[in-house]
Write a protein that binds this ligand. Structure first.
Ligand code: SF4
Length: 443
């Protein structure tokens, strides 16, 4: 079992209920908007709220946001999300209950990173602040990828270096994450890490998430597949479902997963028959949402692990008060296609990587992502990323074939793989340019 840590008054790990968290997509410097969003997220049931801190001046904004929330009686612990600056992480550790750092960009120089991390730990110890070592598949450093490739093993090895630094510094108020947009990579990386920590006898609690999962049904199914596969194995103490939508929408999805794997909620599947590696599952689902989540959790892991090759969905679900039959329906086919895609067993449409957006996002991410999806729907199997900012976006796109990355000031960069092929494209033209480039590359 993972050790128990405390973030403010919230306990994570050590047999505590699974903790649901999310992240603001406001600009942290916009104190009014950030406080209002935190308040809505608190009311929706978020137990931890993260805010991006891209500059030193925003550490002060964070301080003010926290003070205003506390004045309203909202005690939800806040988490500072820090990239590319160990100094900001150290400053934020005095202000909020937890700091998320990314080993891939904490400090360019590895030896200096160790020094700065020791300083961060000192401040955390003095203030009772927790740390998340939040590694993402897309932002693995060159040193590690040269040694282990761009693999789940590399993710595990990279994070173990940091966990060893925590142990050396006698600091255990730590949560770890190894997120990826690819459910296979994500599940494998967490499994490797869980096993390694177990064998070393120092088990830090894990924060689970499928990063850049996208939006709508696809984003929910993909998140449910990755997160449920691990929770069902007893791996994971806190979760975030990342959707390219209003962060309030993440909470019911995460709540479902927490309740289900804390055994407070059960699947609406009433029967299952197996024909070789095909399952025929019958549901009596009380709603469309429940069907989607139940089905994803019941079969995501089995498809991901190739225990099953096919699933057929039967039974009924309730939609707007009306009972609908699934047998042979388009909806059953659509949900099965989405699940197969999320488990990476069959690709019936493009694979989208879209960040959830945060205070660094400089354009209408949700609207743009919908438009990109609409206009690229025919490009089956292609991996297309839509990212909110030029600072983290390119690093986080992982294995995307093409990327649409917001630069700010109404401009966009278009990437082919890891390389920018067009810069400073006006937003109004960027989707056209992206499609032209894809067509040209295919010709
Ligand atoms: S890639 Fe998206 S979520 Fe990540 S820092 Fe940039 S805008 Fe925020």
């Amino acid at each position: 079992m993972a050790m128990k840590i405390k973030v403010g008054d919230v306990e994570i790990g050590g047999g505590s209920p699974i903790v649901v968290q999310t992240m603001c997509n406001t600009h942290t410097s916009d104190i009014e908007a950030s406080v209002a969003q935190c308040e809505r997220l608190y009311k929706a049931g978020a137990q931890l709220i993260r805010l991006t801190v891209p500059s030193m001046s925003q550490v002060e904004s964070l301080r003010e946001i926290k003070a205003r929330l506390r004045a309203k009686g909202i005690m939800t612990p806040l988490v500072a999300d820090v990239h590319f600056s160990s100094e900001i992480a150290i400053a934020a550790a005095e202000v909020v209950e937890k700091v998320r750092i990314n080993p891939g960009n904490f400090h360019k120089d590895h030896d200096k990173a160790k020094e700065q991390f020791a300083k961060l730990v000192e401040v955390c110890k003095a203030n009772g602040t927790a740390v998340r070592i939040g590694l993402n598949h897309g932002s693995l450093g060159e040193r590690i990828t040269n040694l282990y490739g761009n693999t789940p093993l590399a993710m595990k090895e990279a994070v173990m270096e940091w966990l060893n630094m925590c142990v050396e510094n006698d600091f255990f108020n730590v949560v770890v994450s190894l997120k990826a947009s690819n459910t296979h990579v994500m599940v494998e990386a967490y499994r490797l890490l869980a096993e390694e920590m177990q064998s070393k006898g120092v088990v830090f609690p894990l924060h689970l998430g499928v990063t850049e999962a996208g939006n709508g049904d696809g984003g929910r199914i993909k998140s449910a597949v990755g997160i449920s596969a691990l929770l069902s194995e007893g791996i994971g103490s806190t979760i975030r479902v990342s959707l390219t939508e209003d962060p309030e929408n993440e909470i019911p999805v995460a709540r479902y997963l927490a309740d289900r794997y804390d055994h407070r909620l059960y699947s609406s599947m009433v029967a299952i028959a197996l024909e070789g590696k095909k399952a025929i599952a019958t549901y009596r689902a009380p709603s469309r949402e429940r069907l989607l989540m139940d089905f994803s959790c019941d079969f995501g892991k089995r498809l991901l692990d190739k225990e099953l090759d096919e699933v057929e969905l039967r039974g009924t679900y309730v939609d707007n008060g009306e009972e609908k039959v699934l047998d042979g329906s388009e909806y059953a086919e659509y949900l099965t296609d989405e699940l197969m895609q999320a488990a990476r067993r069959r690709f019936y449409r493009p694979e989208y990587i879209a960040c959830p957006g945060c205070g660094r996002t400089m354009y209408n991410l949700e609207g743009t992502f919908e438009e990109v999806k609409r206009r690229t729907a025919h490009l089956k199997g292609m991996v297309i990323a839509v990212m909110g900012c030029i600072v983290n976006g390119p690093g986080e796109m992982a294995d995307a074939d093409w990327g649409y990355v917001g630069e700010g000031n109404g401009k966009v960069s278009i990437y082919k793989g890891k390389s920018p092929v067009l810069r400073h494209v006006p937003e109004t033209e960027a989707i056209d340019r992206l499609l032209e480039l894809i067509e040209k590359a295919d010709a």
